[in-house]
Design a protein around this ligand. Structure first.
Ligand code: EPZ
Length: 421
């Protein structure tokens, strides 16, 4: 296994081209199960997670070809309704095949996704949503077994303890588009990735009103057709590189991203003394030299994204003063604190919040990646720190950042790989 080596302390310069969105690709790939027609999807990032979803589609009977970011999906010999453990357990996002399998085949057997380092990751809202449409649910041997004679539209309130749920919204939408009658979903997730899925389903012939809003109205149709579709850019990848530029005081141009999807990050960075702005479709970052500590609390979209919380904390680690970071989506998503402190950061938990006391600088160290976005925070810290950092278990990073080494080397990062000793 490789170790990612970083020599930190220098500023970066140049352009970073953002790939297609991982978190759009996963539900949209799942939605191809809703038709037997051929489908072409462009700008799919080549990542561990998208390759896992491709393997899952193949195990469910699809023929999939994936070349240069373009994915073609055709019906294979025999459709299966069983999403087995070893694929779903490696990637929680696979659980979003539940809705389309139910929608198309009226049955699904999907392994319950395990928890992970960011939280226990329940699926009660997914179950509540499909049960409201008429599915009978059994949980047996670690699998959710869902069957339905037919699916009938209903009024569903999908808000949970932590607010809206992205993939529960996706699952319910994908079950409702082929149901009989009208389904309303209140407290639907408004993330751009859900809007992208909505656009994809509408292109396939689904009838959905309220896209991008917390209230969706879905009128079931008999059949959905094949389409050619292009995935939106990955706002979390873009936000990660913007925070890398802020943290290393670098002049990076972020290409191929919709700044409208990053308003909460732009707002917090402006408070901190970093101006992020759009210049003819490119995102530019301007430093005013004196940074200020800024507190942040994550919320469902359009709030500050939980998937940028760890990266923002890395940026705050060397800003003089105190910033307070809390995560209302995953209250325990702080595994990165221990590793940042090993690099000389001064961060402590106080109840559900993390208190970041800015230090003069971080120092390189051997560190362990744990989850995708915590690993991104360690990457930022390693490029900020004096000295060399080794990041172990970098497969976590490869789940969500396409061509990571190439994109960083292109802007001058001193980054290379060595074999695990
Ligand atoms: C999606 O996960 C993303 N993954 C996550 O990104 C992201 O962190 C998360 O949304 C929140 O934005 C994909 O899109 C593949 P949720 P999802 O259901 O849909 C609770 C990354 O790094 N909840 O919106 O699984 C849940 O515990 C990944 O790319 C319930 O209580 O997240 C959490 O506290 C990590 N019951 C909150 O809702 C449920 O049935 C939001 O979770 C479902 C969720």
């Amino acid at each position: 296994m490789d170790v990612l080596m970083l020599k930190g302390g220098n500023t970066l310069k140049g352009e970073v081209k953002i790939s297609g969105s991982k978190n759009s690709s996963l539900p949209i790939l799942a939605a191809t199960l809703l038709t037997d027609d051929p489908i072409i999807i462009k700008r799919v990032p080549n990542l561990r997670d998208t390759r896992t979803m491709i393997r899952l589609l193949q195990s469910l009977g699809k023929e999939v070809d994936f070349t240069n970011g373009t994915l073609s999906v055709k019906a294979g010999k025999k459709a299966s309704y069983i999403a087995d453990y070893e694929l779903v357990s490696t990637m929680r996002g696979s659980f979003c095949v539940l809705g389309p399998l139910l929608g198309k085949l009226k049955k699904a057997k999907v392994s319950l996704p395990g928890g992970c380092v960011i939280g226990i990751r329940p699926v009660d809202l997914h179950i509540k949503g499909v049960e409201a449409l008429g599915a009978k649910i059994e949980v047996d041997g670690g699998y959710v077994i869902a069957t339905a004679k037919k699916l009938v539209g209903n009024n569903i309130f999908l808000g949970g303890v932590f607010g809206s749920s992205v993939l529960a919204t996706a699952n319910v939408m994908m079950a409702a588009v082929l149901a009989e009658g009208v389904t309303t979903v209140e407290f639907a997730a408004c993330e751009p990735e859900i809007e992208d899925l909505t656009n994809f389903l509408i292109a396939m012939g689904a009838k959905i009103e309220g896209k991008g809003s917390p209230c969706l109205r879905i009128t079931g149709v008999k059949k959905l057709k094949g389409v050619t579709y292009e995935i939106i850019p990955d706002r979390i990848e873009a936000g990660t590189y913007i925070l890398l530029a802020a943290a290393t005081r670098s002049d990076l141009t972020i290409k191929n991203t919709d700044i409208k999807h990053l308003s909460s990050l732009v707002d917090r960075l402006a408070q901190a003394g970093v101006r992020v702005y759009d210049e003819k479709g490119d995102i530019k970052i301007e430093h005013n030299g004196k940074y200020k500590p800024v507190s942040v609390t994550t919320y469902p979209y359009p709030g500050f994204p939980t998937d940028l919380q760890a990266q923002f904390m890395a940026f705050m680690a060397t800003i003089e003063g105190v910033s307070i970071i809390s995560d209302k989506v995953y209250p325990d998503r702080f595994i990165h604190i221990a590793e940042l402190n090993r690099m000389g950061a001064d961060i402590r938990r106080e109840g559900t919040a993390a208190i970041v006391q800015g230090v003069k600088c971080l120092h390189g160290a051997p560190i362990m990646a744990s989850d995708l976005r915590a690993s991104a925070a360690l990457l930022i810290a390693g490029l900020m720190a004096k000295g060399t950092t080794e990041i172990h278990r970098i497969y976590h990073l490869e789940r969500g950042y396409e061509d990571l080494d190439e994109k960083l080397i292109k802007v001058g990062a001193k980054i290379w790989r060595e074999k695990e000793k």
